[in-house]
Design a protein around this ligand. Structure first.
Ligand code: ZN
Length: 166
């Protein structure tokens, strides 16, 4: 049972656990962990991140819709974690979801982790970088084929790197 409960600019679906399970089936749930986990104290993160990056990546904040650098960004390349540099998404899985945040239908296998997020009175699935555990955004079951999953990602959590043609 899916509640099509769009919360205005927050672009949020409230999912039941049943829907959530089928959502997670469509995407590559990998248990593999990177060898080079990045761990820093909160003080160290504050030194390397801007206050805006720190708010989203470490405090699980959300940038305002249609304000980030990449919600409408086109171009071939990859999107790396803004905190640790791990490559998370390819531009080939980016699509226009009209929700105000960069959206992808899949992540590069092994590069993201999923957590149940019950904050703000909703049940959502949080996505973090598997290397530094930085908050990226959430996944929702309204994405396009082949996964049916929308990775709703904060622009500020990622950095676009244009494809190098060699
Ligand atoms: Zn990272």
């Amino acid at each position: 049972m899916l509640f099509g409960n769009w919360q205005g600019a927050e672009c949020v679906y409230v999912m039941s656990s049943v829907v959530r399970k089928s959502t997670l089936k469509g995407i590559a749930m990998s248990a593999e962990q990177p060898d080079d986990i990045v761990e820093k104290t909160e003080e160290e993160w504050k030194e390397v991140l801007t206050p805006e990056q720190y708010y989203v990546l470490r405090q699980k904040g959300t940038e305002h819709a249609f304000t980030g650098e990449y919600w409408n960004h086109k171009g071939d390349g990859t999107y790396q974690c803004a905190a640790c540099g791990q490559v998370l998404f390819g531009s080939d899985t980016k699509y226009d979801s009209h929700c105000g945040w960069p959206s992808f239908y899949d992540a590069i296998p092994g590069t993201v982790k999923y957590y149940e997020d019950r904050t703000h009175g909703m049940l959502r699935t949080e996505v973090t970088c598997s290397r530094c555990d930085g908050h990226l955004g959430h996944i929702f079951p309204d994405g396009p084929r082949p996964t049916g999953t929308r990775f709703c990602i904060n622009s500020i959590s990622v950095k676009f790197v244009p494809e190098k043609l060699d």
